[in-house]
Design a protein around this ligand. Structure first.
Ligand SMILES: NC(=O)C1=CN([C@@H]2O[C@H](COP(=O)(O)OP(=O)(O)OC[C@H]3O[C@@H](n4cnc5c(N)ncnc54)[C@H](OP(=O)(O)O)[C@@H]3O)[C@@H](O)[C@H]2O)C=CC1
Ligand SMILES: CC(C)=CCC[C@@H](C)[C@H]1CC=C2C3=C(CC[C@@]21C)[C@@]1(C)CC[C@H](O)C(C)(C)[C@@H]1CC3
Length: 418
């Protein structure tokens, strides 16, 4: 049985009190956003006019649909994969193996939904079920995190995450104790991070587009843009699925409530906020403005993809001709740090690209309401906090070499600003 590691790792997110507050605050924020998007005034900062009763939240049909969705995505995960990739080296020097079939899961889901719709499946009914679906997703996240917490009790110490093992049950439940909880080949964190939530997000967007067509004769240009941009983002994540194996979530963070709730509830129900808003608050959008917004999204995507691919290529094989000419700094660990190319511009160019895309996703919703800009505001806070966590870890890992990198590349995310 795994003993608590003791307070060796510094506590994050404000320690046990912060974790307890976030346990309540995150679901409350998600329900607030869902209610605000369907209300007339659509105010981000005012409390909802009335709270929904249990009958609006609980629906056996929503529960069945949700379980069927999780079951379908789990079945697609278990299908033969075009490739099996190895993760980063673990504490015990082993490497886990991961199926690379996320894009295949997206395409097969699209085919199944297409078949379902042509057989009479009422996709336009989904927007009416968002509240009960979000409720069962939240319940699932709580129950699942409890299971993960118990499972970590019997995990070997080498399988535990660097944080999330303080001995305080609330903090550890929130952060997650085990790094890569799995049953046989089924890796829970890897599955949740890319499948039910991300694919669910674009399915909800599509249902909102179909519903808008039903209400107004055709989907609006703004709805097309939001759907197109976010489908590109999700398709890109699944196409480059292997790249997730080097992200902080997989290599450093335990799997607890924060990621479980984030992956399966927060992502589909809050990241679809712009489309939810547009369904009830149509916005006029002319071609010149739409073209400018497409350009902003393209610039953001270009930076995001360029930076992420450059780092992944370099980490996989530093002598790859695409990165071999870039300037680097050597570190005591034997790994090098890029100091030219995208990673010589700022220390997190991928965050900059992601933030520019976030802006492009909100602009089609006009400027009359703050609500559709929630994602941009939340995401800025998340990435600033994430950047600080990553810097701390890199300073610990690379010491003087990291300090030298910070001297050579002084800005974190936005050149000359931050
Ligand atoms: N849409 C969403 O909700 C979210 C999206 N994201 C996106 O996920 C993507 C991944 O982000 P994240 O996992 O936070 O972090 P990164 O992909 O930025 O990875 C950070 C790691 O990269 C390595 N690194 C840092 N600097 C250099 C350098 N100069 N040269 C080579 N390697 C370097 C270090 O790890 P090492 O040296 O060990 O390789 C560091 O720990 C980003 O594009 C981000 O925008 C993230 C969170 C939420
Ligand atoms: C507020 C809250 C509940 C926080 C939990 C944070 C999670 C929602 C995010 C942490 C890291 C994420 C990543 C993506 C989605 C959001 C979460 C889970 C990601 C899968 C989105 C698509 C990208 O291309 C990505 C693969 C780089 C990215 C990885 C990190």
């Amino acid at each position: 049985m795994a003993p608590p590691q003791g307070p060796r790792a510094p506590l994050e997110f404000g320690g046990p009190l912060g974790a307890a507050a976030l346990l309540l605050l995150l679901p409350a924020t998600m329900f607030h956003l869902l209610l605000a998007a369907r209300s007339g005034p659509a105010r981000l900062l005012s409390p909802p006019a009335s709270l929904p009763g249990l009958e609006a939240l609980w629906s056996p049909r929503a529960l069945l649909l949700w379980l069927a969705w999780l079951g379908l995505q789990a079945a697609l995960y278990l299908l033969p994969a075009r490739k099996v990739a190895e993760g980063q080296e673990l504490k015990d020097k082993s490497r886990l193996r991961y199926p690379i079939n996320g894009f295949q899961a997206l395409v097969l889901t699209a085919l199944l939904v297409g078949l379902g719709v042509s057989a009479g499946l009422p996709l336009a009914a989904l927007p009416e079920m968002l509240l009960p679906l979000a409720f069962v997703a939240t319940l699932t996240a709580f129950i699942f995190s409890l299971f993960l917490y118990m499972k970590a009790q019997v995990a070997p110490v080498s399988a535990l995450a660097p944080g999330g093992n303080s001995g305080n049950p609330i903090y550890d439940f929130f952060l997650g104790r085990e790094l890569n909880p799995r049953i046989c080949f089924f890796d829970f964190k890897y599955f949740c991070e890319l499948r039910p939530g991300l694919i669910g997000w674009v399915l909800i967007n599509l249902a909102l587009l179909v519903k808008e067509a039903e209400l107004r004769g055709s989907p609006s240009l703004a709805m097309w843009l939001v759907n197109g941009f976010q489908l590109l983002y999700v398709g890109d994540a699944l196409w480059h699925e292997e790249a997730i194996l080097t992200t902080m979530d997989i290599t450093h963070d335990g799997f607890g409530f924060m990621l479980a709730f984030g992956d399966i509830a927060w992502v589909p129900f809050t990241y679809s906020l712009q489309a939810q808003f547009l369904l009830r608050h149509p916005q006029p959008l002319g071609l010149p403005m739409a073209s400018a917004i497409c350009l902003i999204n393209a610039i953001g995507y270009y930076i995001f993809r360029g930076a992420n691919s450059q780092k992944n290529t370099f980490r996989k094989n530093p002598s790859d001709p695409r990165v071999a000419g870039l300037e680097t700094i050597s570190t005591a660990t034997g790994r090098k740090l890029l100091v030219s190319g995208w990673w010589g511009m700022v220390r997190h160019p991928n965050y900059l690209g992601d933030l520019i895309m976030a802006l492009a996703w909100s602009l089609p919703c006009g400027v009359s309401h703050l609500l559709p800009y929630f994602y941009l505001l939340y995401f800025t806070a998340l990435l600033v906090h994430r950047e600080a966590r990553d810097e701390r870890q890199c300073l610990q890992k690379y010491g003087l070499a990291w300090q030298e990198y910070c001297r050579r590349v002084p800005y974190r995310i936005m050149p000359y600003i931050y």
